[in-house]
Write a protein of this length. Structure first.
Length: 993
């Protein structure tokens, strides 16, 4: 193959000039004969005299000095004396100096001819005073003298033809001057070359005719481009810009090379790239390409940043304080059947990050990733990823001080080399098998493996915390203590078997261990219990549908305080049993719906332990049943239910516990053996073998609405759970949702009777450049008393942000929809929503959108208090919209559900009782605050300046709650349980005065 691809704009026959060079080495070129002697004298004014270039021969050193603006071209026609040697041709001026025939001739002529035989003239020095240009043209015979070019404030140095040096050095000192080549240019070095161009001069040896012949090159310049047909070796060099080298053979450093910009290296077939000098530094990324050769980038005193590295089967050896990537490493050969290795080391124990998603050093093709001690026996952190399989080898016993991350699209293996040692979190991500059965020394291991057909094997000689997601068969053995969970959930997703073995203890800590639907075994050599513990979270052992867990060697399971045993599978502890400590929970629970949990062995509840069952209905798999093949002791245990989604009917019956033998009774039943949960009263019947329950009473939901406030500055919603007619200002809880400066409000958007919080966000408050439609709604879909800030839906853009949002039911389906009031046009936008499920996430659109013009814009002369929402007409399916004015409430007297989409102007209005209530500037807050046989709303107001609520019904209380500037909210939250943790707004009332 041709190792050098011609650059664009270069000649198609890049070697033609060199062929002429060697072919004419012993012949003179066809050229104009130069007649010795001075040019004819001319009479000229002194001020018009041209100062000529000068030359002088000092021993065997020819020194030429160019006056300002002069240009010179250097050629050679033969290896003889001045008549057939080398020539320096001036452009437009003549030489002055002392001729020394036959060594040097040229006084008064444009051409200076001198001997080119490596005897009479052994060194040529070209000095330029200012704005000079030097051209190295074609040499028919090799230039036989050492060549030195020094330009002060020079113009350019150009290589225009095949210029060869015999056995001599080339030195160029020209700060700020570019050294370039024309398409037919070419340099053939006979000894070392020095290019000192300063921080702004470029060296562009980009002709494909260059031969460095293995000689050292010193470079001091800005951007450097070298294209060469031989080995390129850099001596000490400082490159202020980018370095680009393309060689038909190898590329190496023989001194410290310092590159501030991007480095791009391309070596020839089977040749290597080798930069390993102790003073070499690459500040920018390094791109390296070989055709089967190895790449050595070993930086001993600085960081190494890799660009694209492609070796076509060669290996890569890396060393740096810290190593990172901006592009991928690919060591595959052309057909992807063989791969080179990747070896990495840190000089001082830094970070090695080789995790680019397009890395490709596949172990299936023979590649290994090796870490070694070439400077430090400890790394701070290490991260590796490859396409295909990863074979990771530690040959030096490296200690990873913090995180270790190994990833592959295929399998990950660490069993070759020395055991891994990592003191922080070790993360393994694999699409295939994981083999870490090598007695590693890890503290915490997280495995994320996605193939159900592959196996995960982990061996560890000491304590280990293990978690992650595993689809395949799992085998974990540790020498001492095994913690499952701890750092995160452990989920077996593929319903495959699992085996956990240890010599001391197995603990499920603070998180959920979901063993899925496969067969799992716990083996503790001394028969110690499997312990589920909660210290900074809720430890949960969950067995999936059709799953089976066996505790071998007489072991048992202990559910610690605050922890959970749940699931829909089978737990086999026939010898040791299950013990449930106070506040711990046990119950049948399915991932998607209630289900049954079986236990083989005794089940013992401690005093205050909790037996909890899910009930969603009366049919199979709508409620959970626990079946125990052994004795169950429920003495002084508590019974409770999860009734989410259950609509209770008097007479509903359930069997929730079946046992071979049942002793004791639940302590939280009343004297009639009844318990009430979420307004549903159950009659509990306990026999010697089962627990049955029957619904005997269902309390109607609380119809009354409570009050609260929204504080925009802190994005906080505060709900007072006391009755407005028996108000307790200290009975409240809060949630935080959205961002400060959002506009918050509440509504029942999921239709389950539980209020939801929502915000209207104006993006112009957060973006530097306004956009045409820049506002939208965010609706939290979780209940306020079981709040999840991550459960929310987002609407499309609607409005421009300065509108006031509100909620109302515009179609009579029982779910609240969205509304906006635009004062400038007295327009109420009623936007219907599609059905929204509790805890739904994602995007939701709009159904019918109505633009309703009602009343007049609020002005200083005619102020109104809008918007108002309420239900004051029992014959209407939808809620009504309106506004307050001078203490009156004007409600649109029309059923919005009957109106079409689009624009409607409404004139009819009704004034609810009492006719006068409140004053101008009050916020209208209508709701069902008291018993009303009609089921309609009553009037209420909130005076923000005084943080005072006034209710028109009942005893007409005036209630101070919140702070001045808050916005009032009302909804069905009276009687909700207050959170057991401290309120999120401890200082909520601190500034009240």
């Amino acid at each position: 193959m041709n190792p050098l691809s011609p650059l664009a704009s270069r000649a198609l026959d890049p070697l033609s000039s060199l062929k002429r060079f060697f072919g004419n080495a012993t012949r003179r070129s066809d050229r104009r004969e130069v007649t010795p002697g001075r040019a004819p004298a001319m009479i000229e004014a002194l001020t018009e005299r041209i100062v000529p270039a000068t030359f002088v021969l000092n021993s065997s050193t020819l020194v030429v000095t160019l006056a300002a603006d002069e240009s010179v071209t250097l050629t050679a026609t033969g290896n003889n004396d001045a008549s057939d040697g080398a020539q320096l041709s001036l452009d437009g001026t003549t030489w002055t100096g002392v001729d020394n025939a036959p060594t040097i001739l040229g006084n008064g002529e444009e051409v200076l001819r001198f001997a080119n035989n490596d005897r009479n003239v052994t060194q040529v020095v070209i000095n330029g005073e200012a704005n000079n240009a030097v051209t190295l043209a074609e040499t028919s015979a090799p230039f036989a003298s050492e060549l030195s070019i020094t330009l002060e404030q020079g113009d350019a140095i150009t290589n225009s033809g095949a210029f060869g040096l015999l056995n001599d050095k080339l030195t160029v000192v020209a700060s700020g001057v570019d050294f370039t080549q024309s398409p037919n240019g070419g340099l053939s070095l006979g000894d070392r070359a020095l290019f000192q161009l300063g921080t702004s001069g470029d060296l562009r040896l980009d002709s494909s005719n260059n031969f460095s012949n293995g000689h050292l090159v010193w470079v001091d310049g800005n951007d450097v481009v070298v294209v060469d047909n031989d080995n390129v070796q850099f001596a000490s060099s400082f490159i202020n810009g980018d370095l680009e080298v393309r060689s038909a053979r190898g590329i190496a450093d023989d001194g410290g090379v310092h590159v501030l910009g991007t480095t791009t290296l391309e070596a020839g077939s089977g040749q290597k790239i080798d930069f390993d000098h102790q003073r070499t530094r690459f500040v920018g990324p390094v791109h390296a390409t070989t055709d089967g050769g190895d790449v050595y980038l070993e930086i001993r005193s600085d960081d190494l940043t890799l660009g694209a590295v492609n070796t076509d089967g060669g290996s890569v050896y890396l060393l740096g304080n810290n190593i990172s990537q901006t592009a991928a490493i690919d060591t595959s050969n052309n057909n992807g059947t063989a791969f080179g290795d990747v070896e990495a080391s840190s000089s001082i124990g830094g970070d090695i990050v080789l995790d680019h998603p397009d890395n490709h050093f596949d172990a299936a093709g023979g590649a290994h990733v090796v870490i070694a001690n070439l400077g430090s026996g400890a790394f701070n952190s290490l991260s590796v990823f490859t396409k295909g399989d990863l074979d990771f080898i530690d040959v030096s016993g490296i200690r990873i001080q913090h995180e270790l991350s190994l990833g592959a699209q295929g399998s990950v293996t660490t069993t070759n080399g020395q055991p891994l040692t990592a003191y922080g979190l070790t993360t393994v991500t694999a699409g295939g098998a994981v083999d870490m059965y090598h007695a590693s020394k890890l503290n915490e291991l997280a495995v994320f493996q996605s193939s159900a057909d592959a196996m995960v094997k982990v061996g560890h000689y000491d304590n280990l915390t293990f978690w992650g997601e595993v689809a395949g068969t799992l085998h974990v053995e540790v020498g001492r203590n095994l913690i499952l969970g701890g750092g995160g959930d452990l989920t077996l997703t593929g319903d495959q078997d699992a085996f956990f073995a240890t010599n001391e203890t197995i603990e499920i800590l603070d998180t959920t261990v979901n063993l899925g639907g496969g067969r799992s075994e716990f083996l503790i050599n001394d028969g110690a219990p499997v312990v589920v513990t909660s210290t900074n979270g809720t430890g949960t052992l969950f067995v999936g549908r059709d799953g089976e867990v066996t505790v071998s060697s007489g072991g048992s399971v202990r559910i610690g305080a605050g922890s959970v045993l749940a699931g829909e599978g089978y737990v086999n502890v026939s010898n040791g049993g299950v013990t449930v400590e106070p506040t711990a929970k046990v119950g049948a629970s399915g991932e998607a719906s209630p289900d049954n949990l079986g236990i083989s062995g005794d089940l013992t509840f401690g005093a205050g332990a909790i037996f909890v069952q899910e009930i969603a209905g009366t049919r199979s798999r709508e409620f959970g049943t626990m079946s125990v093949d052994g004795t169950v002791d429920i003495t002084n245990a508590d019974l409770t239910f999860d009734l989410e989604g259950y609509t209770a009917q008097i007479g509903d019956r359930f069997t929730i516990l079946v046992a071979t033998n049942l002793t004791g009774g639940f302590r939280n039943l009343d004297e009639n053996n009844q318990i009430t949960v979420d307004e549903v009263t159950f009659q509990i019947t306990t026999t010697t073998s089962m627990v049955r329950l029957e619904v005997v009473a269902v309390a109607p939901p609380n119809p009354f609405e409570g009050i609260g406030v929204y504080r925009s500055s802190t994005a906080e919603f505060v709900f007072n759970t006391s009755d407005v007619f028996d108000f307790d200002p200290n009975q409240y809880f809060s949630v935080v949702f959205g961002n400060p400066r959002d506009k918050g409000f509440v509504g029942d958007f999921t239709g389950d009777g539980s209020p939801n919080v929502a915000v209207y966000r104006d993006l112009t408050l957060f973006l530097p450049i306004p956009i045409p439609f820049d506002a939208f709604f965010i609706i939290n879909t979780s209940p306020i008393d079981d709040f999840d800030p991550d459960s929310f839906v987002v609407t499309p853009f609607i409005g421009v942000g300065f509108e006031q949002p509100f909620a109302g039911d515009w179609d009579g389906d029982g779910d609240d929809d969205l509304g906006l009031y635009r004062n400038a046009t007295a327009t109420y936008v009623a936007a219907n929503l599609p059905p929204i499920a509790p805890r739904q996430t994602g995007l939701v659109g709009f159904d019918t959108i109505r633009n309703l013009v009602f009343g007049n814009p609020s002005t200083e002369q005619n102020p109104t208090d809008a918007p108002a929402v309420g239900r004051f007409n029992a014959s209407y399916a939808a809620d009504q919209i309106g506004f307050g004015s001078q203490g009156r409430l004007y409600m649109a007297d029309i059923d919005i559900a009957t109106l079409p989409a689009g624009n409607t102007s409404i004139d009819a209005y009704a004034i609810p009782s009492p006719e006068f209530f409140g004053a101008t500037g009050d916020q209208q807050l209508n709701g069902q605050f008291a018993v009303d046989s009609t089921g309609l709303d009553q009037r209420g107001i909130f005076r923000a300046a005084a943080a005072t609520f006034s209710i028109s019904s009942g005893s007409q209380p005036n209630i101070i709650f919140g702070q001045a500037g808050d916005r009032a909210i009302a909804g069905n939250w009276i009687g909700l349980d207050l959170p057991t943790t401290e309120s999120q707004i401890d200082l909520f009332f601190e500034n009240d005065s």
